[in-house]
Design a protein around this ligand. Structure first.
Ligand code: TYD
Length: 221
């Protein structure tokens, strides 16, 4: 049985990781087999690549080097985790995938889209998500969330980019959603996590319930 591949996308600070966790909890509560994963860093090797990419002291890393590191992380992830998981019939919840490379490296860093599409194809062997949830949020709002004094974490190399970089990333995501309406669902990331999760469940449950009858009686709330 083939599984279902769901990706979570959006600018830094949009809250997608919280939503991924809430959806994973729902799947677990219904005993639905799933994989929680992320890019960069979905494998042991990928975690090492992630450290290199995000380390704020690596300020000499060129845009092309950065792009190739994301591609290397992805190639390993597809091979080691994503394909085997789909073959087992699991639902994959993946925090970022190929759309992030288009948004950040093509529109953020201004590298050629054509080059990135080619690299994505090499890294993925053509494995595309079945569903992509785009959590859309104004950059100013995301900045407010990330500057929350309760957050102990310091900003990584990508998060340290200027506001116009993140504006370009947001616009790129919205353009991708328009270009691929069958695959993308755009969800407003304004509101409480419960309000946002209501929208997530409205999109995801109908998509997966034919495979998992335990969801037939799910009550949206
Ligand atoms: P992550 O730490 O997971 O950030 P967040 O929790 O905000 O998603 O992601 C690492 C950073 O990597 C994030 O700023 C987006 C960036 N990124 C790219 O620039 N290109 C890519 O292909 C991917 C997968 C991520």
């Amino acid at each position: 049985m083939a599984g279902i591949f769901i990706t979570f996308e959006g600018i830094d600070g949009c809250g997608k990781t919280t939503q991924l966790g809430m959806l994973a909890a729902l799947l677990a509560a219904h005993s639905i087999p799933h994989l929680i994963t992320r890019e960069p860093g979905g494998t042991l090797v990928g975690n090492k690549i992630r450290e290199i990419i995000l380390d704020p002291t690596h300020n000499k890393l060129s845009s092309k080097t950065e792009l190739l590191l994301y591609a290397a992380d992805r190639a390993q992830h597809v091979f080691e985790e994503l394909k085997p998981s789909l073959e087992k019939g699991e639902i994959i919840l993946c925090d970022r995938y190929t759309d992030a490379t288009i948004a950040y490296q093509a529109y953020g860093r201004k590298l050629p889209v054509k080059l990135i599409n080619q690299l994505n194809l090499i890294a993925t062997d053509g494995l595309a998500p079945d569903l992509t949830l785009l959590f859309d949020l104004p950059v100013e709002e995301a900045e407010k969330r990330m500057s929350n004094p309760n957050s102990l974490r310091s900003k990584d190399r990508l998060e340290q980019e200027q506001r116009d970089f993140h504006q370009r990333v947001r616009q790129a995501y919205l353009a991708l959603a328009e270009k691929f309406p069958d695959r993308f669902r755009t969800i407003s990331a304004l509101g409480t996590s419960q309000e946002i999760f209501y929208q997530v469940s409205q999109v995801v449950i109908p998509k997966i319930k034919s495979l998992y009858p335990s969801l037939n009686n799910y009550v949206f709330c």
